[in-house]
Design a protein around this ligand. Structure first.
Ligand SMILES: Nc1ncnc2c1ncn2[C@@H]1O[C@H](COP(=O)(O)OP(=O)(O)OP(=O)(O)O)[C@@H](O)[C@H]1O
Length: 248
């Protein structure tokens, strides 16, 4: 089967104080259709830069990113980014926020679709609420619902849950997994949370310090729902932390 996303030896440098600053150093990775990849790496190693290149917001200096065989030169319609910085419009209701990204179709149809996705992420009854009336976790659900509304083939998630408290983080993870069982998406998640990666991903890629390349890769074959107390997952967590240079 052909890979959905092929990252082919991409490298990127910025300039700092007049000197080149290599941030991503010749990184290659193939992501299968429907696969959930988590990327973990040391702080400042180039994860967000990598994500911007994989999602088309930034061009690599050398190498290429291909989606379904096509070189990505700008953000494509097949992918959508959910980041840690919320992007919900405060002046629109939940329903209006969800309808915002849909261009086609009559209003009543879009409203029905918005209500369907609001229910899917546990926001039934809040369709007419404004963002200021919602908690941080609920706002994150609005963002996830809005991303799913446009039926993206690829979900790019850059530390999407890092601003949430631990309990809400856990709930949203479970919801995301449930949704991914109903709707098929290819997902790339950047996270500094190894347990988050272990609970969600099919494969975990560990990056080196800057310039980022792949240091190690772990396949997580355990079915969902996963118990992080599972000895095999604990052993994998220790191995990932060791790769990150952190003693478990
Ligand atoms: N547009 C830019 N111009 C110059 N330098 C940049 C630019 N974007 C990122 N950098 C630098 O590249 C390096 C990697 O940044 P990046 O945000 O990709 O890392 P990260 O792994 O996501 O960081 P963190 O773990 O802190 O979220 C940093 O040193 C940063 O200062």
């Amino acid at each position: 089967m052909a890979a959905k996303i092929v990252i082919d030896a991409i490298a990127k440098s910025f300039r700092k104080d007049g000197m080149p600053l290599p941030v991503v150093g010749g990184l290659s990775l193939a992501v299968q259709d429907g696969e959930f990849i988590a990327i973990v790496g040391p702080s400042g190693c180039g994860k967000s830069t990598l994500m911007r290149m994989i999602s088309g917001f930034e061009q690599p200096d050398t190498g290429a990113v291909r989606i379904d065989g096509q070189v990505l030169t700008r953000p494509g319609p097949q992918g959508i980014v959910i980041s840690q910085h919320g992007s919900v419009f405060p002046w629109l209701t939940v329903q209006e926020n969800l309808m915002f990204g849909l261009n086609d179709g009559e209003r009543a149809h879009k409203a029905r679709l918005a209500d369907h996705y609001a229910e899917m992420v546990g926001l039934k009854g809040f369709e007419n609420a404004y963002p200021r009336e919602l908690s941080g976790g609920m706002l994150k659900r609005v963002e996830i619902a809005r991303a799913l509304m446009v039926k993206p083939e690829i979900l790019y998630m850059d530390e999407p849950f890092s601003a949430l408290d631990a309990l809400m983080n856990l709930r949203i993870r479970q919801e995301l997994l449930r949704i991914l069982q109903e709707e098929r998406h290819t997902v790339i998640l950047i996270t500094h949370d190894v347990e988050e990666a272990l609970s969600l991903a099919d494969r975990i890629v560990v990056l080196t310090p800057r310039p980022a390349t792949i240091k190690a890769s772990f396949t997580v074959a355990q079915p969902h729902p996963r118990k992080l107390s599972d000895p095999a997952l604990q052993a994998m967590k220790d191995a990932i932390l060791a790769e990150l240079g952190v003693m478990a």
